[in-house]
Design a protein around this ligand. Structure first.
Ligand SMILES: [Zn+2]
Length: 92
């Protein structure tokens, strides 16, 4: 996980480790379609913020809507993808 600066963000690559741990996949090459604006973009290009709590939020780069939240507790990972219409994961 990257280092957050207050009010600043990292790109999706910085959150890849957390998602890989939870999902067992590399999300950086995944294509995510935003519910809010319909834009499809690489997860790596999303803007990832410290959620202010135990988790992180990924926001759509064009419109700023939250497309994914990930909260890691000592025993579980909670993934909220309600802001993503679809997530396309390349299967080599
Ligand atoms: Zn959007």
């Amino acid at each position: 996980m990257g280092t957050f600066i207050d009010g600043n963000f990292i790109d999706g690559n910085g959150a890849a480790g957390m998602f890989a741990e939870a999902l067992g996949i590399d999300v950086t090459t995944a294509m995510v379609t935003c519910v809010s604006c319909g834009a499809a973009g690489r997860f790596a290009d999303s803007h990832v913020y410290d959620g202010g709590g135990p988790g992180i939020v990924a926001r759509c780069a064009p419109c700023g809507s939250v497309i994914a939240r990930l909260v890691r507790t000592p025993t579980d990972a909670w993934l909220d993808l309600r802001g993503a219409r679809s997530v396309r994961i390349p299967m080599p």
